[in-house]
Design a protein around this ligand. Structure first.
Ligand SMILES: Cc1cc2nc3c(=O)[nH]c(=O)nc-3n(C[C@H](O)[C@H](O)[C@H](O)COP(=O)(O)OP(=O)(O)OC[C@H]3O[C@@H](n4cnc5c(N)ncnc54)[C@H](O)[C@@H]3O)c2cc1C
Length: 465
Protein backbone atom coordinates (compact mmCIF):
# COMPACT_ATOMS: atom_id res chain seq x y z
CA UNK A 1 0.00 0.00 0.00
CA UNK A 2 1.23 3.46 -0.89
CA UNK A 3 0.72 6.37 1.51
CA UNK A 4 -0.32 9.07 -0.95
CA UNK A 5 -3.77 9.44 -2.48
CA UNK A 6 -4.80 7.49 -5.55
CA UNK A 7 -6.60 9.72 -8.04
CA UNK A 8 -8.80 8.22 -10.74
CA UNK A 9 -9.71 10.41 -13.71
CA UNK A 10 -13.21 9.36 -14.75
CA UNK A 11 -14.13 9.86 -18.38
CA UNK A 12 -16.55 7.39 -19.94
CA UNK A 13 -16.07 4.88 -17.11
CA UNK A 14 -19.09 4.92 -14.81
CA UNK A 15 -18.70 1.32 -13.73
CA UNK A 16 -17.10 -0.73 -11.02
CA UNK A 17 -16.87 -4.00 -12.96
CA UNK A 18 -13.90 -4.25 -15.36
CA UNK A 19 -12.59 -0.81 -14.50
CA UNK A 20 -8.83 -1.22 -14.50
CA UNK A 21 -7.94 2.29 -13.33
CA UNK A 22 -10.31 2.14 -10.39
CA UNK A 23 -9.26 -1.33 -9.27
CA UNK A 24 -5.54 -0.49 -9.53
CA UNK A 25 -6.05 2.66 -7.41
CA UNK A 26 -7.92 0.78 -4.68
CA UNK A 27 -5.37 -2.03 -4.74
CA UNK A 28 -2.44 0.33 -4.29
CA UNK A 29 -3.87 3.12 -2.09
CA UNK A 30 -5.72 3.28 1.18
CA UNK A 31 -7.33 6.52 0.09
CA UNK A 32 -8.79 7.10 -3.34
CA UNK A 33 -10.60 10.03 -4.95
CA UNK A 34 -12.28 9.75 -8.35
CA UNK A 35 -12.75 12.99 -10.26
CA UNK A 36 -14.66 14.13 -13.33
CA UNK A 37 -13.64 17.15 -15.37
CA UNK A 38 -16.60 19.09 -16.70
CA UNK A 39 -15.37 21.18 -19.59
CA UNK A 40 -18.33 23.40 -20.33
CA UNK A 41 -17.19 24.32 -23.83
CA UNK A 42 -17.06 20.68 -24.92
CA UNK A 43 -20.64 20.16 -23.79
CA UNK A 44 -22.00 23.30 -25.47
CA UNK A 45 -22.48 21.17 -28.56
CA UNK A 46 -23.42 17.96 -26.75
CA UNK A 47 -26.47 19.11 -24.83
CA UNK A 48 -28.20 15.73 -24.41
CA UNK A 49 -25.07 14.14 -23.04
CA UNK A 50 -25.06 16.62 -20.16
CA UNK A 51 -28.17 14.91 -18.87
CA UNK A 52 -26.67 11.41 -18.99
CA UNK A 53 -23.38 12.55 -17.47
CA UNK A 54 -25.07 14.45 -14.61
CA UNK A 55 -27.34 11.48 -13.83
CA UNK A 56 -24.42 9.06 -13.98
CA UNK A 57 -22.30 11.19 -11.67
CA UNK A 58 -25.07 11.45 -9.10
CA UNK A 59 -25.59 7.71 -9.18
CA UNK A 60 -21.89 6.81 -9.23
CA UNK A 61 -21.15 9.10 -6.29
CA UNK A 62 -23.60 7.12 -4.17
CA UNK A 63 -22.20 3.83 -5.42
CA UNK A 64 -18.55 4.68 -4.79
CA UNK A 65 -19.34 6.09 -1.35
CA UNK A 66 -19.93 2.47 -0.32
CA UNK A 67 -16.26 1.88 -1.11
CA UNK A 68 -15.26 5.05 0.78
CA UNK A 69 -14.36 6.73 -2.49
CA UNK A 70 -15.31 10.32 -3.07
CA UNK A 71 -16.36 11.45 -6.55
CA UNK A 72 -15.38 15.08 -7.10
CA UNK A 73 -16.55 17.16 -10.06
CA UNK A 74 -14.53 20.12 -11.29
CA UNK A 75 -15.50 22.69 -13.86
CA UNK A 76 -12.52 23.53 -16.05
CA UNK A 77 -11.72 25.70 -19.08
CA UNK A 78 -9.21 23.31 -20.55
CA UNK A 79 -7.84 19.89 -19.67
CA UNK A 80 -4.34 21.18 -20.25
CA UNK A 81 -4.47 23.98 -17.69
CA UNK A 82 -6.05 21.65 -15.14
CA UNK A 83 -3.21 19.17 -15.44
CA UNK A 84 -0.63 21.98 -15.33
CA UNK A 85 -2.04 22.82 -11.89
CA UNK A 86 -1.71 19.20 -10.80
CA UNK A 87 2.00 19.27 -11.59
CA UNK A 88 2.55 21.51 -8.56
CA UNK A 89 1.25 18.82 -6.22
CA UNK A 90 3.16 15.73 -5.29
CA UNK A 91 0.98 13.84 -2.86
CA UNK A 92 -0.86 11.67 -5.37
CA UNK A 93 -0.60 8.98 -8.01
CA UNK A 94 -3.01 9.10 -10.91
CA UNK A 95 -4.78 6.47 -13.02
CA UNK A 96 -7.19 6.50 -15.92
CA UNK A 97 -8.60 4.34 -18.69
CA UNK A 98 -8.14 5.22 -22.34
CA UNK A 99 -10.80 6.90 -24.45
CA UNK A 100 -10.24 5.92 -28.05
CA UNK A 101 -10.49 9.31 -29.73
CA UNK A 102 -7.41 10.81 -31.40
CA UNK A 103 -7.42 13.96 -29.23
CA UNK A 104 -7.65 12.03 -25.99
CA UNK A 105 -4.93 9.60 -27.04
CA UNK A 106 -2.67 12.46 -28.13
CA UNK A 107 -3.26 14.12 -24.77
CA UNK A 108 -2.40 10.85 -22.99
CA UNK A 109 1.04 11.05 -24.62
CA UNK A 110 1.52 14.67 -23.56
CA UNK A 111 0.49 13.86 -19.99
CA UNK A 112 2.72 10.79 -19.87
CA UNK A 113 5.71 12.94 -20.73
CA UNK A 114 4.83 15.71 -18.27
CA UNK A 115 4.12 13.33 -15.38
CA UNK A 116 7.33 11.39 -16.06
CA UNK A 117 9.34 14.64 -16.17
CA UNK A 118 7.86 15.65 -12.82
CA UNK A 119 8.33 12.25 -11.21
CA UNK A 120 4.58 11.77 -10.78
CA UNK A 121 3.39 8.21 -10.62
CA UNK A 122 0.69 7.49 -13.20
CA UNK A 123 -0.73 4.60 -15.20
CA UNK A 124 -3.04 4.49 -18.21
CA UNK A 125 -5.20 1.42 -18.81
CA UNK A 126 -7.15 -0.23 -21.58
CA UNK A 127 -10.59 1.36 -21.96
CA UNK A 128 -13.94 0.15 -23.20
CA UNK A 129 -12.93 -1.89 -26.23
CA UNK A 130 -12.22 -5.54 -27.04
CA UNK A 131 -8.90 -5.12 -28.82
CA UNK A 132 -6.53 -2.18 -28.56
CA UNK A 133 -6.84 -0.14 -31.74
CA UNK A 134 -3.32 -0.92 -32.97
CA UNK A 135 -3.65 -4.66 -32.41
CA UNK A 136 -5.73 -5.34 -35.49
CA UNK A 137 -3.87 -4.75 -38.73
CA UNK A 138 -3.41 -6.53 -42.03
CA UNK A 139 -0.35 -8.77 -42.40
CA UNK A 140 1.68 -5.87 -43.75
CA UNK A 141 0.78 -3.70 -40.72
CA UNK A 142 -1.66 -1.50 -42.67
CA UNK A 143 -5.08 -0.75 -41.15
CA UNK A 144 -8.17 -2.51 -42.46
CA UNK A 145 -10.51 -0.34 -44.50
CA UNK A 146 -13.22 -2.94 -44.99
CA UNK A 147 -15.34 -4.24 -42.15
CA UNK A 148 -15.73 -7.98 -42.94
CA UNK A 149 -12.02 -8.94 -43.02
CA UNK A 150 -11.40 -6.58 -40.08
CA UNK A 151 -13.98 -8.31 -37.91
CA UNK A 152 -12.96 -11.82 -38.96
CA UNK A 153 -9.45 -11.01 -37.81
CA UNK A 154 -10.47 -9.01 -34.71
CA UNK A 155 -12.91 -11.63 -33.45
CA UNK A 156 -10.35 -14.42 -33.73
CA UNK A 157 -7.61 -12.27 -32.22
CA UNK A 158 -9.77 -11.41 -29.22
CA UNK A 159 -10.97 -14.94 -28.55
CA UNK A 160 -7.42 -16.31 -28.71
CA UNK A 161 -5.71 -13.81 -26.49
CA UNK A 162 -5.04 -14.32 -22.80
CA UNK A 163 -7.94 -12.68 -20.99
CA UNK A 164 -7.23 -9.74 -18.69
CA UNK A 165 -7.42 -10.69 -15.05
CA UNK A 166 -9.88 -8.06 -13.88
CA UNK A 167 -9.67 -7.57 -10.13
CA UNK A 168 -12.68 -6.27 -8.23
CA UNK A 169 -12.29 -2.91 -6.57
CA UNK A 170 -11.71 -2.91 -2.82
CA UNK A 171 -13.05 -0.76 -0.06
CA UNK A 172 -10.79 2.13 0.97
CA UNK A 173 -9.93 2.85 4.59
CA UNK A 174 -11.68 6.20 4.75
CA UNK A 175 -13.39 8.70 2.51
CA UNK A 176 -11.24 11.74 1.79
CA UNK A 177 -11.42 14.87 -0.36
CA UNK A 178 -8.68 16.11 -2.63
CA UNK A 179 -9.72 19.07 -4.76
CA UNK A 180 -10.93 22.52 -3.76
CA UNK A 181 -13.70 24.36 -5.62
CA UNK A 182 -15.58 21.28 -6.66
CA UNK A 183 -19.08 21.63 -8.09
CA UNK A 184 -22.24 19.61 -7.68
CA UNK A 185 -23.17 17.28 -10.57
CA UNK A 186 -26.52 19.09 -10.65
CA UNK A 187 -24.75 22.03 -12.31
CA UNK A 188 -24.15 19.86 -15.36
CA UNK A 189 -27.82 19.42 -16.30
CA UNK A 190 -28.72 21.41 -19.44
CA UNK A 191 -30.46 24.74 -18.92
CA UNK A 192 -33.31 23.94 -21.32
CA UNK A 193 -35.74 21.50 -19.69
CA UNK A 194 -36.70 19.41 -22.75
CA UNK A 195 -34.68 16.55 -21.27
CA UNK A 196 -37.30 15.88 -18.57
CA UNK A 197 -38.84 13.36 -20.96
CA UNK A 198 -35.60 11.36 -21.00
CA UNK A 199 -36.45 10.25 -17.46
CA UNK A 200 -39.33 8.16 -18.86
CA UNK A 201 -36.98 6.19 -21.09
CA UNK A 202 -33.62 5.89 -19.36
CA UNK A 203 -32.12 5.24 -15.98
CA UNK A 204 -28.33 5.42 -16.28
CA UNK A 205 -26.50 3.01 -13.99
CA UNK A 206 -24.25 -0.01 -14.21
CA UNK A 207 -27.00 -2.24 -12.79
CA UNK A 208 -29.47 -1.09 -15.42
CA UNK A 209 -26.95 -1.66 -18.21
CA UNK A 210 -26.59 -5.28 -17.14
CA UNK A 211 -30.35 -5.62 -16.79
CA UNK A 212 -30.83 -4.30 -20.35
CA UNK A 213 -28.27 -6.78 -21.64
CA UNK A 214 -29.72 -9.76 -19.80
CA UNK A 215 -33.30 -8.97 -20.82
CA UNK A 216 -32.23 -8.50 -24.39
CA UNK A 217 -30.32 -11.78 -24.49
CA UNK A 218 -33.28 -13.58 -22.95
CA UNK A 219 -36.07 -12.06 -25.00
CA UNK A 220 -34.66 -10.79 -28.28
CA UNK A 221 -31.33 -12.23 -29.30
CA UNK A 222 -32.74 -15.22 -31.17
CA UNK A 223 -34.39 -13.18 -33.91
CA UNK A 224 -32.09 -10.17 -33.64
CA UNK A 225 -30.93 -10.34 -37.29
CA UNK A 226 -34.49 -9.72 -38.45
CA UNK A 227 -36.13 -7.85 -35.58
CA UNK A 228 -33.35 -5.23 -35.43
CA UNK A 229 -34.87 -3.66 -38.55
CA UNK A 230 -38.27 -2.75 -37.12
CA UNK A 231 -38.38 0.49 -35.16
CA UNK A 232 -41.82 -0.06 -33.62
CA UNK A 233 -40.65 -3.07 -31.60
CA UNK A 234 -37.86 -3.55 -29.09
CA UNK A 235 -35.67 -5.62 -31.37
CA UNK A 236 -32.27 -4.22 -30.38
CA UNK A 237 -30.52 -3.98 -27.03
CA UNK A 238 -30.76 -0.17 -26.56
CA UNK A 239 -27.43 -0.46 -24.80
CA UNK A 240 -25.66 2.25 -26.79
CA UNK A 241 -25.81 5.09 -24.23
CA UNK A 242 -24.68 2.70 -21.49
CA UNK A 243 -21.77 1.52 -23.64
CA UNK A 244 -20.85 5.08 -24.58
CA UNK A 245 -20.65 6.20 -20.95
CA UNK A 246 -18.97 3.01 -19.84
CA UNK A 247 -21.73 1.67 -17.60
CA UNK A 248 -20.97 -1.65 -19.26
CA UNK A 249 -17.72 -2.92 -20.71
CA UNK A 250 -17.90 -4.53 -24.15
CA UNK A 251 -15.94 -7.46 -22.73
CA UNK A 252 -18.90 -8.13 -20.40
CA UNK A 253 -21.19 -8.13 -23.44
CA UNK A 254 -18.86 -10.56 -25.20
CA UNK A 255 -18.78 -12.88 -22.18
CA UNK A 256 -22.55 -12.89 -21.66
CA UNK A 257 -23.12 -13.55 -25.37
CA UNK A 258 -20.68 -16.41 -25.42
CA UNK A 259 -22.50 -18.17 -22.60
CA UNK A 260 -25.38 -18.62 -25.04
CA UNK A 261 -25.70 -20.90 -27.99
CA UNK A 262 -28.42 -18.92 -29.67
CA UNK A 263 -28.77 -17.67 -33.19
CA UNK A 264 -28.46 -13.92 -33.35
CA UNK A 265 -25.37 -13.83 -31.15
CA UNK A 266 -22.95 -13.57 -34.07
CA UNK A 267 -24.90 -10.80 -35.72
CA UNK A 268 -25.16 -8.91 -32.43
CA UNK A 269 -21.44 -9.25 -31.73
CA UNK A 270 -20.74 -8.07 -35.28
CA UNK A 271 -22.47 -4.81 -34.36
CA UNK A 272 -20.07 -4.48 -31.44
CA UNK A 273 -17.49 -5.24 -34.13
CA UNK A 274 -18.64 -2.20 -36.16
CA UNK A 275 -18.00 -0.10 -33.08
CA UNK A 276 -14.48 -1.54 -32.86
CA UNK A 277 -13.92 -0.98 -36.58
CA UNK A 278 -15.08 2.64 -36.37
CA UNK A 279 -12.67 3.32 -33.51
CA UNK A 280 -9.75 2.02 -35.53
CA UNK A 281 -10.87 4.07 -38.53
CA UNK A 282 -11.00 7.46 -36.81
CA UNK A 283 -7.61 6.85 -35.22
CA UNK A 284 -5.93 5.66 -38.40
CA UNK A 285 -7.61 8.29 -40.57
CA UNK A 286 -8.24 11.22 -38.21
CA UNK A 287 -8.94 13.57 -41.13
CA UNK A 288 -12.38 11.91 -41.33
CA UNK A 289 -13.46 13.50 -38.03
CA UNK A 290 -13.70 16.92 -39.64
CA UNK A 291 -14.28 16.02 -43.29
CA UNK A 292 -14.77 13.33 -45.90
CA UNK A 293 -12.82 10.10 -45.56
CA UNK A 294 -12.96 9.89 -49.33
CA UNK A 295 -11.33 13.03 -50.68
CA UNK A 296 -13.29 12.96 -53.93
CA UNK A 297 -16.33 14.08 -51.93
CA UNK A 298 -14.56 17.37 -51.16
CA UNK A 299 -15.87 18.53 -54.54
CA UNK A 300 -19.47 17.49 -53.91
CA UNK A 301 -21.90 20.35 -54.68
CA UNK A 302 -23.65 20.47 -51.28
CA UNK A 303 -26.55 22.86 -50.89
CA UNK A 304 -27.04 25.38 -48.07
CA UNK A 305 -30.73 25.54 -47.25
CA UNK A 306 -31.63 26.61 -43.71
CA UNK A 307 -35.35 26.09 -44.29
CA UNK A 308 -34.86 22.45 -45.27
CA UNK A 309 -32.35 21.83 -42.49
CA UNK A 310 -34.72 23.26 -39.91
CA UNK A 311 -37.67 21.17 -41.24
CA UNK A 312 -35.49 18.07 -41.00
CA UNK A 313 -34.42 18.82 -37.42
CA UNK A 314 -37.99 19.52 -36.32
CA UNK A 315 -39.47 16.45 -38.00
CA UNK A 316 -41.53 18.46 -40.48
CA UNK A 317 -40.33 17.15 -43.83
CA UNK A 318 -43.69 15.68 -44.83
CA UNK A 319 -42.19 12.16 -44.95
CA UNK A 320 -43.67 10.35 -41.93
CA UNK A 321 -40.84 7.89 -41.27
CA UNK A 322 -38.25 10.69 -41.37
CA UNK A 323 -40.33 12.93 -39.12
CA UNK A 324 -41.02 10.11 -36.66
CA UNK A 325 -37.28 9.43 -36.34
CA UNK A 326 -36.38 13.06 -35.72
CA UNK A 327 -39.11 13.40 -33.11
CA UNK A 328 -38.08 10.17 -31.41
CA UNK A 329 -34.57 11.62 -31.19
CA UNK A 330 -35.81 14.87 -29.65
CA UNK A 331 -38.01 13.14 -27.09
CA UNK A 332 -35.76 10.26 -26.06
CA UNK A 333 -32.19 11.22 -27.00
CA UNK A 334 -31.99 8.04 -29.07
CA UNK A 335 -33.10 6.84 -32.50
CA UNK A 336 -33.43 3.37 -33.96
CA UNK A 337 -30.55 2.38 -36.28
CA UNK A 338 -32.75 1.71 -39.34
CA UNK A 339 -34.30 5.15 -38.93
CA UNK A 340 -30.89 6.79 -38.41
CA UNK A 341 -30.02 5.47 -41.86
CA UNK A 342 -33.30 6.73 -43.36
CA UNK A 343 -33.14 10.25 -41.89
CA UNK A 344 -29.44 10.46 -42.71
CA UNK A 345 -29.98 9.44 -46.30
CA UNK A 346 -32.85 11.93 -46.59
CA UNK A 347 -30.72 14.84 -45.39
CA UNK A 348 -27.76 14.04 -47.57
CA UNK A 349 -29.39 12.69 -50.71
CA UNK A 350 -32.87 14.22 -50.88
CA UNK A 351 -31.92 17.61 -49.47
CA UNK A 352 -28.27 17.55 -50.65
CA UNK A 353 -27.19 18.99 -47.30
CA UNK A 354 -23.65 18.16 -46.18
CA UNK A 355 -23.55 15.15 -43.80
CA UNK A 356 -21.52 17.34 -41.41
CA UNK A 357 -24.73 19.23 -40.52
CA UNK A 358 -26.42 15.95 -39.62
CA UNK A 359 -23.41 14.79 -37.67
CA UNK A 360 -23.45 18.03 -35.65
CA UNK A 361 -27.15 17.73 -34.89
CA UNK A 362 -26.83 14.09 -33.81
CA UNK A 363 -23.82 14.98 -31.66
CA UNK A 364 -25.93 17.53 -29.83
CA UNK A 365 -28.99 15.30 -29.52
CA UNK A 366 -27.85 11.71 -29.00
CA UNK A 367 -27.34 10.26 -25.55
CA UNK A 368 -25.08 7.65 -27.15
CA UNK A 369 -23.08 10.19 -29.18
CA UNK A 370 -19.69 8.74 -29.82
CA UNK A 371 -17.14 10.34 -32.13
CA UNK A 372 -16.18 7.11 -33.88
CA UNK A 373 -19.70 5.78 -34.47
CA UNK A 374 -21.29 9.08 -35.35
CA UNK A 375 -18.70 10.25 -37.86
CA UNK A 376 -18.48 6.80 -39.43
CA UNK A 377 -22.26 6.30 -39.39
CA UNK A 378 -22.80 9.57 -41.23
CA UNK A 379 -20.09 8.88 -43.78
CA UNK A 380 -21.48 5.40 -44.33
CA UNK A 381 -24.85 6.96 -45.13
CA UNK A 382 -23.37 9.73 -47.28
CA UNK A 383 -21.23 7.27 -49.25
CA UNK A 384 -17.96 9.08 -48.52
CA UNK A 385 -16.74 6.78 -45.70
CA UNK A 386 -14.58 3.65 -45.67
CA UNK A 387 -16.68 0.61 -46.58
CA UNK A 388 -19.70 2.91 -47.04
CA UNK A 389 -23.06 2.47 -48.76
CA UNK A 390 -22.63 3.50 -52.41
CA UNK A 391 -23.86 7.03 -53.02
CA UNK A 392 -26.22 5.93 -55.78
CA UNK A 393 -28.16 3.69 -53.35
CA UNK A 394 -30.81 6.18 -52.30
CA UNK A 395 -33.32 5.14 -49.63
CA UNK A 396 -36.89 5.75 -50.70
CA UNK A 397 -38.56 7.01 -47.48
CA UNK A 398 -41.99 5.77 -48.58
CA UNK A 399 -40.84 2.23 -49.37
CA UNK A 400 -38.61 2.09 -46.29
CA UNK A 401 -41.63 3.05 -44.19
CA UNK A 402 -43.89 0.51 -45.90
CA UNK A 403 -41.32 -2.24 -45.45
CA UNK A 404 -40.11 -1.62 -41.90
CA UNK A 405 -43.16 0.07 -40.35
CA UNK A 406 -45.88 -1.72 -42.29
CA UNK A 407 -48.72 -0.89 -39.91
CA UNK A 408 -47.45 2.61 -39.22
CA UNK A 409 -47.20 2.01 -35.47
CA UNK A 410 -43.84 3.74 -35.20
CA UNK A 411 -45.02 6.74 -37.20
CA UNK A 412 -48.23 7.04 -35.19
CA UNK A 413 -46.31 6.89 -31.92
CA UNK A 414 -44.13 9.89 -32.77
CA UNK A 415 -46.21 11.88 -35.28
CA UNK A 416 -49.51 12.27 -33.48
CA UNK A 417 -51.04 14.35 -36.31
CA UNK A 418 -51.16 11.13 -38.35
CA UNK A 419 -52.85 8.93 -35.77
CA UNK A 420 -56.11 8.61 -37.72
CA UNK A 421 -54.57 8.13 -41.14
CA UNK A 422 -55.38 4.67 -42.58
CA UNK A 423 -52.53 2.19 -43.01
CA UNK A 424 -52.64 2.49 -46.79
CA UNK A 425 -51.67 6.17 -46.63
CA UNK A 426 -49.58 6.30 -43.50
CA UNK A 427 -46.30 6.66 -45.40
CA UNK A 428 -47.75 8.93 -48.12
CA UNK A 429 -50.46 10.99 -46.37
CA UNK A 430 -50.56 13.54 -49.20
CA UNK A 431 -52.40 10.92 -51.30
CA UNK A 432 -55.22 10.58 -48.76
CA UNK A 433 -57.26 13.57 -49.96
CA UNK A 434 -59.72 13.47 -47.08
CA UNK A 435 -59.76 16.70 -45.09
CA UNK A 436 -61.87 15.15 -42.35
CA UNK A 437 -59.02 12.84 -41.42
CA UNK A 438 -56.03 15.09 -42.12
CA UNK A 439 -55.71 18.58 -43.50
CA UNK A 440 -52.51 18.15 -45.40
CA UNK A 441 -50.59 21.40 -45.70
CA UNK A 442 -51.93 22.80 -42.44
CA UNK A 443 -52.03 19.95 -39.90
CA UNK A 444 -49.10 18.11 -41.45
CA UNK A 445 -46.78 19.41 -44.21
CA UNK A 446 -46.67 18.42 -47.84
CA UNK A 447 -43.34 16.70 -48.66
CA UNK A 448 -40.68 19.42 -48.80
CA UNK A 449 -39.15 17.72 -51.86
CA UNK A 450 -40.56 15.11 -54.23
CA UNK A 451 -38.81 11.79 -53.94
CA UNK A 452 -38.30 11.03 -57.63
CA UNK A 453 -37.16 14.53 -58.50
CA UNK A 454 -34.80 14.67 -55.51
CA UNK A 455 -33.37 11.27 -56.42
CA UNK A 456 -32.54 12.35 -59.97
CA UNK A 457 -30.97 15.57 -58.69
CA UNK A 458 -28.81 13.65 -56.21
CA UNK A 459 -27.59 11.25 -58.90
CA UNK A 460 -26.73 14.15 -61.19
CA UNK A 461 -24.79 15.85 -58.36
CA UNK A 462 -22.96 12.60 -57.66
CA UNK A 463 -21.97 12.26 -61.33
CA UNK A 464 -20.16 15.62 -61.05
CA UNK A 465 -17.57 14.09 -58.75
C1 LIG B 1 -26.03 8.32 -39.09
C2 LIG B 1 -25.70 7.39 -37.93
C3 LIG B 1 -25.16 7.91 -36.76
C4 LIG B 1 -24.86 7.07 -35.68
N1 LIG B 1 -24.33 7.61 -34.54
C5 LIG B 1 -24.00 6.79 -33.49
C6 LIG B 1 -23.43 7.32 -32.30
O1 LIG B 1 -23.16 8.52 -32.16
N2 LIG B 1 -23.19 6.45 -31.28
C7 LIG B 1 -23.43 5.10 -31.38
O2 LIG B 1 -23.17 4.36 -30.44
N3 LIG B 1 -23.93 4.59 -32.52
C8 LIG B 1 -24.23 5.37 -33.57
N4 LIG B 1 -24.77 4.82 -34.72
C9 LIG B 1 -24.87 3.35 -34.83
C10 LIG B 1 -26.20 2.73 -34.39
O3 LIG B 1 -27.28 3.39 -34.95
C11 LIG B 1 -26.36 2.68 -32.87
O4 LIG B 1 -25.20 2.16 -32.26
C12 LIG B 1 -27.55 1.77 -32.49
O5 LIG B 1 -28.72 2.26 -33.07
C13 LIG B 1 -27.68 1.73 -30.99
O6 LIG B 1 -28.81 1.01 -30.61
P1 LIG B 1 -28.69 -0.35 -29.82
O7 LIG B 1 -27.79 -0.18 -28.64
O8 LIG B 1 -30.07 -0.85 -29.56
O9 LIG B 1 -27.95 -1.26 -30.87
P2 LIG B 1 -27.81 -2.86 -30.98
O10 LIG B 1 -28.33 -3.25 -32.31
O11 LIG B 1 -28.38 -3.53 -29.80
O12 LIG B 1 -26.23 -3.06 -31.04
C14 LIG B 1 -25.43 -3.24 -29.87
C15 LIG B 1 -24.30 -2.23 -29.85
O13 LIG B 1 -23.47 -2.38 -31.00
C16 LIG B 1 -23.00 -1.11 -31.44
N5 LIG B 1 -23.59 -0.84 -32.77
C17 LIG B 1 -24.79 -1.22 -33.25
N6 LIG B 1 -24.96 -0.81 -34.51
C18 LIG B 1 -23.83 -0.14 -34.84
C19 LIG B 1 -23.38 0.53 -36.01
N7 LIG B 1 -24.10 0.57 -37.12
N8 LIG B 1 -22.17 1.11 -35.98
C20 LIG B 1 -21.39 1.06 -34.87
N9 LIG B 1 -21.76 0.45 -33.73
C21 LIG B 1 -22.95 -0.15 -33.72
C22 LIG B 1 -23.52 -0.10 -30.43
O14 LIG B 1 -22.53 0.10 -29.45
C23 LIG B 1 -24.76 -0.79 -29.90
O15 LIG B 1 -25.13 -0.33 -28.62
C24 LIG B 1 -25.08 5.66 -35.80
C25 LIG B 1 -25.63 5.16 -36.99
C26 LIG B 1 -25.94 6.01 -38.04
C27 LIG B 1 -26.52 5.43 -39.30
Amino acid sequence: MVKNIGLVWLKDDFRVKKNLALSEATRKHKEVVAFYLFKKKKFEKQESQRWWVAKSLEEFKIKLAKYNINVEVLEIDSYKSFFELLLNKNNFSIYWNKTYEPNYLKFDNILSKKFSDHGINFKIFKGNILNEIDEITKNDGAPFKVFTPFWRHAERFYSEKIPINYISISKCSKKVSFFKNTISAVKIYPKKRWFKKFEDFWNPSEENALKHLKNFLKENIENYSDRRNYPSIIGTSRLSPFIKHGQIHVETIWEECNKLKKSGVNKFLAEIGWREFNHTLINNFPHMIKGNYSKKFDKFPWVTNDKFLSAWKKGLTGYPIVDAGMRELYSTGWMHNRVRMIVGSFLVKHLLINWIEGEKYFKNSLLDYNEANNVSGWQWVAGCGADAAPYFRIFNPILQGEKFDKDGNYVKKWVSELKNVPKKFIHKPWELKNDNILKIGSEYPYPIVLHEKARKKALAAFKKI
